[in-house]
Each structure stands twice: as structure tokens, then as C-alpha cells.
Design a binder for this molecule. Structure first.
Ligand code: ADP
Ligand code: ZN
Length: 620
């Protein structure tokens, strides 16, 4: 692309960015030339610019308005807010507007005063709106359709929306208008479905790497999960915004309340809360700084907040797709972020049982079990987690240097012998009295503890009594978890009694080797090796004392502007942009314009205020 390239000019002038990222340049060029595109890009990859830049370029060339279909009202509002801040004529049509407001927007559309219009799918397919589109089409003022969160059209996907199906009308009715569909959902099935349902057979497919290099993955063994979580938040994320996922509504509420008593600003969110309260909670998360949202997976779709610094799982997600989606909500802004998960024996047992007890078809259950197994393998892995994650999505890679296993490779121990002892002990229970027991009792027998129960069942007489005294209880739990995760052991009934699976035979014969991670005390009580140790939120880049003061002054200034404009702070400027200002201390408007993220409109609107805030911070 040349310096006179209109797309690059828009990127620079309007958004204040010096260069396109990854495949953006190619996508933007393709769409500006009026061709269809399907864009598969991970969260935070920069999908919005793929249609916003073409929208502006095409509008300037007299080609009219871009219609963006988006499933979530909150998301539309923030996107429009951000575009307005950048000086782009953007607006939305949704159900919260009055009839008069809607009329005014329709008039602006007819008078070509709008560059980007966001609309919910149910609105788009009303006869009134179609009539408006017909009129624009007739006058060749319908520039582009962008279909955001395009996976919503797929029944396979995780957030199917009935009214996305009606979007094929766009192609049938307005064949001359190019379309760009975008999604962060990677799998082949969903992709094929999007193409078929939106009739995008002719579209060029752009697939980005699904790696999120700024996210650091950790999995810790559950000992006291809440305390481990608290230590992780306090050590690494004091004052940061984050999301904590729990499986049940009750656990969400309990955890949020407990974190609150420990000095963390935590709020609960789940589908059982009243809609108004949910909305309010979500708004607070978006608009205030440093809120920790404790939530079920009902929370997250379309959450566009760029500075979510961590996502923690207190319970195991259902599968790797879920894990990737949920952890992917961290670090959209590209700055260092953490994905942290506490994982233990009970998680494995619960997830297996949920599948077993669900009323679904056996085929479906088999599929779910296979997906769970893949996730368990990721959790138990002692090699690079990212390599495994990307491999699951069919993307080859090399060890990342930014996951727990890469940073401090876990010591492993050969648990083959221990596994054989455990399995044969269960076999002896059978022979002895035909009864089944749970993990706790099994470990007592293996370790040679004469509890009442051990005595009562005469288990001191078993040949396996005390043969595992050399291992700690924690080590035994790890062995059992691994055996269950790998499917050699099954749990049954209310008491989770243990039963040998078919494949246990091979382990008993010594045909299967089991390598386990060494659970060290340090690993179990700490989230990771880095420790910022500060009580307030750190700047995204290292700043000295004076620069930190400037950074804080800029944040205070930003908070006021955000409040005045009724938008989240990040819509005004991202943390990273403020940090760079604080670091480089621009003296003039021209200096300020050099900072990535400062476009012309923002320079004009805020430039003097920023220079003044920097000055005042210097004085003191
Ligand atoms: P997605 O929709 O793919 O999750 P966004 O469009 O929200 O991602 O972009 C993520 C972040 O990256 C946004 O804050 C955006 O401003 C920023 N960004 C996107 N493209 C660029 C670029 N070329 N240069 C700098 N920042 C960019
Ligand atoms: Zn790694």
C-alpha cells in the first residue's frame, strides 16, 4: 500500500493508528473494492476496523451508508460511542429508541448524513426498514453490509439467534451490495454453516491465527480454590478488571460475596438475576474501573471491554471451545493478561457425571465426552499449553514461553507403579466383599491408615493395605484424578465410588505409562511466578514515578470526559494510549498526534486539555 492509499489515510487520520495489523490491510482492500469477505479472527484481533475503514472510504467516495448487523444492544452502543469520539457519523437503531428518534435517524439516512448504521437483526428485517433499504439501494447509496458475530447464524454455534437466519435476504434483495461477515468462532462446522446460511459461497475467506500471544495460561491444582483465587488476584491483579467464571448461580453469589469481604470489588452476574439488575451490573463492569465480575457463562458474549486483565475459572469449562472463548475475553487491547484456572478431582467427576446424566442422545454424549477428554488433557499437560490449545484448532505452533509450563516446566514423576497399586486395591475391594468405595477410603487403605471404616471392613487384611505409604495424600489424589481423567477409572452414584473401567486392565499389566506433574507447595498456593505486589492498578507499560503521576492525572481527566459523554473510559482513550502520553510527555499538539490511538478528531477535541493535564501533573 502506498502512502496515498485512502484506507491507510483513514486509519491514520480517523483512528490515529500508524499501520494495519496482520491481515487487516488485505481484508480492507478487498472490501473497498466491493467484494464479499468472511473474516475469522480471534477476539481482540481488530475485526471492527475491517468494516469501519471501508465504510468511511466508500462513503467518502459517494457510495453511501454501511449497515452493521450486531446482536447485542450494549455492544452497538459502545461501538457507536467510539466511532463518534473518532468523529465518524455513526448511529444505531434499536428497540430502546422512541418513534421520533427513529424517524430522525431515517431522515438522516435519506439525506446521506450517516456513514455507519448499527442495527439489530430483528429490526433489519422489518418491512419498514426493508423499505428504507430498498430506497437507498435504488439510489445506489447502500455501500456495504457488515454482519458481526456471524456465528450467531449457526445452530452449531454457542449463541444461535433465530433472526440471524433471515439475513440471507440481504444477498437476495441487494445482490450488488458487498458483504463482510465476521466471527471469532474457529471451528470448521460453524464456518461451513455461516457460508451456507448467508450464501457467502463466493466470499473470500480470511483466516487469522487464533493465537492470543498476550494471554498467559495457567492451570493450578485445586487445594482451596477460593483462597488460591484471592492470592492470584491480590498478587497479580490488584485493582484490575477481571472475570471469574463459576458453574452454578449459587457459587457465583457466594464467591462474589466472599471476595467482597476480602476487599475485592466483585459483582455477581447470572441468568437468574432480574434483567434490570443484570444490565446495571454489566454497565458498572464496563464503565467503572477494576470491577471483578463473578459470573456463569451467561456473561460475556459481546463484552467489548478491552482492558479485562484476567479471566479465572473456578470450575472446569465444558470443552476447549468454551475455555478458548471465555479466556479470550481477557486482553483485547493486546496488553499482558492472564487466563487462570483451578482444577481438581471433583471437576472431572462433576463434568463426567453431567454428561452421563443428561437426557441427550448417546451419540451426542460420546461427542461431549471426547471434547471433555481433550480439555482434561490440556489441564493435565506438562508441556506448552498454547501448543495444545492451537493444535486443537488445527494450528501448528512451537512452545510459547508465555504459559505456566513454559515459564517453569513442571517436574514430573512416573506414577505408573502407583496407578497399578491403586487399581489393584480397587480390585481387592471387589474380591473381598464385592463393595465399592470412594477415593478417600481408597487412599486411607493404600497409605495404611487404620480408620474406623478401614477396620470395620477388615481392609487391614488386604494385601494392598499400606503399599502406598510412600506417597502423600495429595500425590494420591493426583493419581486418581489422572486415572479418572484418562478414563481408566469411573465414578458412580451419589458417593462417587470408584470402579475399574475396561481400559484399567492395560494399566494393571504395566502397558500404559503415567507421567504426572509434581505438585509443589509453591505452585499450589501461588498463581504464578510474577508478582507485581502493588495495591493499585499498574500502568500497562513500566513508568517511573513522575510518569506514573502524569498517567494518574490523565486517568482522572479521562474519567471526567467519559462521564460527561456517558461512555466507558476506554472509548475516550485506552490505558495504553494514556500510558504512552505519560511516558513520552508530548509538548505540542504535533507531538501528541504521533501517539498511536490519537486521531485528528480526538486531537482537536482533547489535545489542549491533555497537554494542560500533563503540565499540571508536572507542577504537582
Ligand atoms: P475484535 O472485534 O476483533 O475483538 P476490536 O476490533 O475490538 O477486536 O479491536 C481490538 C483492539 O485493537 C481495539 O482496541 C482496536 O482499537 C485495536 N486495534 C485494531 N486494529 C488496530 C491497528 N491496526 N493498530 C492499532 N490498534 C488496533
Ligand atoms: Zn507455552
Amino acid at each position: 500500500m502506498s502512502a496515498h492509499d485512502p484506507a491507510l489515510a483513514v486509519l491514520n487520520e480517523v483512528f490515529g493508528y500508524p499501520a494495519f495489523r496482520g491481515p487487516q490491510a488485505e481484508i480492507v482492500d478487498h472490501v473497498i473494492r466491493g467484494k464479499d469477505a468472511l473474516v475469522l479472527m480471534p477476539t481482540g484481533g481488530g475485526k471492527s476496523l475491517c468494516y469501519q475503514v471501508p465504510a468511511i472510504v466508500r462513503q467518502r467516495a459517494g457510495q453511501g451508508v454501511t449497515i452493521v448487523v450486531s446482536p447485542l444492544i450494549a455492544l452497538m452502543h459502545d461501538q457507536v460511542g467510539a466511532l463518534e469520539e473518532a468523529g465518524v457519523a455513526a448511529t444505531f437503531l434499536d428497540s430502546t429508541q422512541s418513534f421520533d428518534e427513529a424517524l430522525a435517524i431515517e431522515r438522516d439516512l435519506r439525506e446521506e448524513r450517516i456513514t455507519v448504521l448499527y442495527v439489530a437483526p430483528e429490526r433489519l428485517t422489518t418491512s419498514r426498514f426493508i423499505g428504507l433499504l430498498d430506497m437507498l439501494y435504488e439510489h445506489q447509496k447502500l455501500s456495504l453490509f457488515a454482519i458481526d458475530e456471524a456465528h450467531c447464524v449457526s445452530q452449531w454455534g454457542h449463541d444461535f439467534r433465530e433472526n440471524y437466519l433471515a439475513l440471507n435476504v440481504l444477498h437476495e434483495r441487494y445482490p450488488q451490495v458487498p458483504r463482510i461477515a465476521l466471527t471469532a468462532t474457529a471451528d470448521d462446522l460453524t464456518r461451513a454453516d455461516i457460508i451456507a446460511r448467508l450464501q457467502l459461497e463466493e466470499a473470500r475467506v480470511f483466516i487469522s491465527s487464533f493465537d492470543r500471544p498476550n494471554i498467559r495460561y495457567h492451570v493450578v491444582e485445586k487445594v482451596d480454590a477460593r483462597k488460591q483465587l484471592l492470592a492470584f488476584i491480590k498478587d497479580e491483579h490488584a485493582g484490575d478488571a477481571g472475570i471469574v467464571y463459576c458453574q452454578s448461580r449459587k457459587k457465583v453469589e457466594d464467591t462474589a460475596e466472599w471476595l467482597g469481604t476480602q476487599g475485592v470489588s466483585a459483582l455477581p452476574y447470572h441468568a437468574g438475576l432480574e434483567a434490570k439488575l443484570r444490565q446495571h451490573t454489566q454497565d458498572r463492569f464496563l464503565r467503572e474501573e477494576g470491577i471483578v465480575m463473578v459470573a456463569t457463562i451467561a456473561f460475556g458474549m459481546g463484552i467489548d471491554k478491552p482492558d479485562v486483565r484476567f479471566v479465572a475459572h473456578l470450575d472446569l469449562p465444558k470443552n476447549i471451545e468454551g475455555y478458548y472463548q471465555e479466556t479470550g475475553r481477557a486482553g483485547r487491547d493486546g496488553l499482558a493478561s492472564n487466563a487462570w484456572m483451578a482444577y481438581g478431582l471433583a471437576d472431572v467427576v462433576n463434568q463426567r457425571r453431567m454428561i452421563d446424566e443428561s437426557p441427550a442422545h448417546e451419540d451426542f454424549k460420546r461427542n461431549q465426552r471426547a471434547k471433555l477428554d481433550a480439555l482434561l488433557a490440556l489441564a493435565e499437560a506438562h508441556d506448552c499449553r498454547r501448543v495444545r490449545l492451537l493444535d486443537y484448532f488445527g494450528e501448528p505452533s512451537t512452545p510459547c514461553g508465555n504459559c505456566d509450563n513454559c515459564i517453569s516446566p513442571p517436574a514430573t514423576w512416573d506414577a505408573t507403579e502407583a496407578a497399578r497399586k491403586a487399581l489393584s486395591c480397587i480390585f481387592r475391594f471387589h474380591q473381598h466383599g464385592g463393595q465399592q468405595f470412594g477415593g478417600g477410603h481408597l487412599i486411607d487403605v493404600l497409605r495404611g491408615k487404620t480408620t474406623d471404616k478401614v477396620t470395620q471392613y477388615g481392609h487391614t487384611a488386604l494385601s494392598t493395605f499400606g503399599i502406598g505409604a510412600d506417597l502423600s495424600e495429595v500425590q494420591w489424589r493426583a493419581v486418581l484424578r489422572q486415572l479418572i481423567a484418562l478414563g481408566h477409572l469411573q465414578t458412580e452414584g451419589e458417593y462417587n465410588t470408584l470402579e475399574l473401567a475396561e481400559s484399567a486392565r492395560a494399566v494393571l499389566k504395566g502397558e500404559v505409562q503415567l507421567l504426572l506433574r509434581q505438585a509443589s507447595e509453591a505452585v499450589r498456593s501461588k498463581g504464578s511466578s510474577t508478582n507485581r505486589g502493588s495495591k493499585t492498578k499498574a500502568a500497562p507499560i513500566a513508568l517511573d514515578t513522575a510518569a506514573t503521576q502524569r498517567y494518574n492525572a490523565l486517568k482522572a481527566w479521562r474519567a471526567e470526559v467519559a462521564k460527561e459523554h456517558n461512555v466507558p473510559a476506554y472509548v475516550v482513550f485506552h490505558d495504553a494510549v494514556l500510558a504512552e502520553m505519560a511516558d513520552r510527555e508530548p509538548q505540542t499538539l504535533a507531538d501528541l498526534r504521533q501517539i498511536s490511538g490519537v486521531g485528528e478528531k480526538k486531537l482537536e477535541a482533547y489535545g489542549m486539555q491533555i497537554l494542560r493535564a500533563l503540565d499540571e501533573a508536572a507542577v504537582g
